[in-house]
Unconditional design. Structure first.
Length: 451
């Protein structure tokens, strides 16, 4: 390994192994991901990013940018890699006249959504308000409004990057259109993205919330939800989950110590039309029903994702249409009597605009699947991580064995795997060729690498 001392001249905040602050600096939102990089750097400008990339290359080191680290598990050995913590590049501007926003690399979704709503606009955020906009969109961006508007990456209009050699560039449809295509879905493989510009949508509220039943009713709820999603209009995007809450202090009632089946989501329709759309699910008389008209910022929290760093691990796969026989398979693996301690077993409703290639989209412009399956367990002790991951794989296999073609969506993929599974073969060939052009020495290191 090269000498890392040159990094001191490249940026004002550098943490090396053994120094005070290193353990805190290397710890991301994904607490179960035990990352030990060669150095951690907190850049405060594009110029520092450029300098760090050059210094790292001179030292024979690689560089990986990290926003929040929600998808840090695919990283394993980072002993030859400088981790760029982008959180100090946190600024954004909402332009109501252009119905657009510009965000820097460390910006989180919630403040952007809140300011956009003041102008009657909404961004295509996901299910967690504390995810970085840039990492989310660069990987595709599966939104709470995805079936109406498609992947968030398709709404990106420009990107600013620092290339592996330290060069700063701005790309859009008229300026290096190939690189612009690649960064929309290709993640951090082609440069350190320091800013994105993207379009906003003209609404500031949705009919959103969740329906919840005791997990003992999972079989009838899942059967109805699968039947309902087959014909649901594109105005609605939902997720179906089995949730097991441990009896620990701090969990609100009525969740602590109970197991639930939950359907949450958002409907982009007036209240009367939304109620008609949800009626088949409400016929099952949920114990809890929070669906109603809410401001757009509230929608970013309806999935109840934890907003503090969390020790979890799991797996995810894309699934084709699920026949009635799939119900029994999932109930056996993750239902009320299943021998599993997995916290969340989830199916996200795809289709609609999410399932159609975008005419002017990026490298990942649609998801060729009917559902996304995500299985996540809590890792209270590092010694239990392998067991949790194996449990998650077992639950996922209940459906992937018969209903998956092996496609993945990298933003949800918690393990290192064949990244080509996320792209069409022709897109993968273009991405590999472009990576060789912009980073021939392989300085950049993404969590899901294209090489």
């Amino acid at each position: 390994m090269g000498e890392v001392s040159g990094l001191r001249n490249a940026a004002g905040s550098v943490c090396l192994p053994g120094e005070t602050g290193y353990d805190g600096a290397r710890t991301t939102w994904s607490l179960a991901a035990d990352l030990r990089p060669a150095a951690v750097v907190y850049p405060t400008s594009e110029e520092e990013v450029s300098a760090v990339l050059r210094a790292a290359a001179d030292a024979g080191l690689r560089v990986t940018p990290v926003g929040t680290g929600h998808n840090a598990h695919p990283f394993r050995d980072l002993s030859d890699t400088v981790m760029l913590r982008m959180e100090r590049l946190r600024s954004f501007v909402v332009s109501p006249e252009r119905k657009a926003a510009r965000v820097s690399a460390g910006t989180l979704w919630l403040p952007v959504v809140q300011q956009a709503a003041e102008y009657g606009l909404a961004g295509l955020h996901g299910s967690a308000p504390d995810v970085s906009v840039v990492g989310y969109a660069a990987g595709g961006g599966l939104s709470c409004y995805g079936r109406r508007y498609g992947l968030a990456a398709n709404h990106v209009t420009a990107a600013e990057l620092v290339l592996a050699d330290g060069t700063q560039v701005r790309v859009d449809a008229g300026n290096d259109s190939e690189l612009f295509w690649a960064v929309r879905g290709g993640g951090g493989n082609f440069g350190v993205i320091t800013a994105l510009e993207f379009g906003l949508q003209e609404f500031d509220s949705a009919y959103a919330g969740w329906l919840a039943w005791d997990l003992s009713r999972a079989e009838e709820v899942l059967s109805r939800w699968l039947e309902w999603t087959a014909d649901a209009p594109e105005s609605v995007t939902t997720a179906y989950r089995h949730l097991r809450f441990p009896p620990i202090p701090g969990l609100p009632e009525p969740f602590a110590g109970r197991n639930w089946v939950m359907v949450d989501g958002a409907v982009l329709a007036d209240d009367e039309a939304a109620a008609r759309i949800l009626a088949p699910l409400r016929e099952l008389k949920p114990e809890l029903d929070t669906f109603g008209r809410v401001p757009a910022p509230v929608v970013s929290r309806i999935h109840l994702d934890p907003e503090e760093p969390t020790p979890g691990d799991g797996t995810a796969e894309l699934l084709d249409a699920l026949p009635p026989a799939a119900v029994a398979k999932l109930i056996e693996a993750a239902g009320p009597e299943a021998p599993t301690q997995i916290f969340s077993t989830e199916l996200r409703q795809l289709g609609g605009a999410l399932g159609r290639p975008a005419a002017e989209g990026g490298a990942l412009s649609y998801l060729d699947a009917a559902y996304l399956m995500s299985v996540v367990g809590i890792v209270p002790d590092p010694a239990l991580q392998e067991a949790v991951r194996a449990d998650a794989e077992t639950v996922a296999a209940s459906l992937t064995k018969d209903y998956s073609r092996g496609r993945i969506y990298t933003n949800f993929q918690q393990k290192q795997t064949d990244t080509s599974r996320a792209f069409e073969p022709s897109a993968w060939e273009r991405l590999v060729a472009l990576r060789k052009r912009v980073d021939p020495a392989g300085v950049l290191r993404a969590n899901h690498e294209i090489a």
